[in-house]
Design a protein around this ligand. Structure first.
Ligand code: DX5
Ligand code: ZN
Length: 217
């Protein structure tokens, strides 16, 4: 089983981002939370900052867009050269058209679901996505507690991915620690975002390896 650990830069020191990015050379991807103060009550980065992060990071970028109108904006974020661009189902008008645009530009397409969003309407659309992000906290802030109530959704997705044989990564984001990662991995996740439990640690390299070990069966 492949386990990917994507540290979230939301928990890094925003005035030293170049140094912070250099602290996680063993990460699989760098998770970058884009927030617009509308879809979520918090504000972070725009395309210019994402482009600069891309320039200084040896680790490719995994963008998580917590913004309104992703149909319009997600392709522009993909143009920065990000490895993957994940947008929220709740905010999009046409999730399939937006995913196809992202793939055309060359980014992996991801669909994110808030804790209260049902997965059923999206189960037949998996072929258009490279990753599904099951939010394990309400989006907006780092440092919140993992919601176990989201695990049945992950199980349903894992079952469908297996049935279809598609190569869709299942990502979890929010409250991931060495304890909760075990439950998420058991439910079928293979891609784990961790903010405070990586950037909040003195030794982020060791923290990443500890999470990776904990996720392996
Ligand atoms: C929350 C963000 C997360 C956040 C996770 O809305 O999407 O990526 O950084 O932070 P932790 O791991 O501290 O819960
Ligand atoms: Zn995120």
């Amino acid at each position: 089983m492949t386990v990917r650990i994507n540290p979230s830069i939301l928990s890094a020191d925003f005035v030293n981002l170049e140094d912070e990015v250099a602290r996680i050379p063993n990460a699989d991807l760098l998770h970058v939370d884009v927030m617009d103060n509308h879809f979520v009550p918090n504000l972070t980065f725009g395309q210019q900052m994402v482009g600069r992060l891309q320039d200084v990071s040896r680790v490719p970028l995994d963008l998580h867009l917590m913004i309104d109108d992703p149909d319009r904006w997600a392709p522009e974020f993909a143009e920065t050269g990000a490895f993957s661009v994940t947008f929220h189902a709740e905010a999009a008008l046409d999730v399939v058209a937006t995913a196809r645009r992202l793939r055309e530009i060359g980014a992996r397409a991801g669909l994110a679901l808030k804790p209260g969003t049902a997965v059923e309407p999206y189960l037949d659309l998996l072929a258009d996505f490279d990753q599904i992000l099951v939010m394990t906290v309400e989006p907006g802030f780092g440092g919140q507690s993992f919601l176990d109530s989201t695990m049945p959704k992950l199980e349903r997705l894992a079952e469908r991915v297996k049935q279809t044989g598609l190569d869709v990564w299942l990502q979890v984001d929010g409250g991931i620690t060495e304890e909760t990662i075990v439950r998420a991995a058991e439910a079928g996740a293979n891609t784990f975002v961790a903010g405070s439990s990586v950037f909040g640690r003195e030794d982020p390299i060791a923290a990443i390896e500890a999470l990776r070990d904990a996720a392996l069966p």
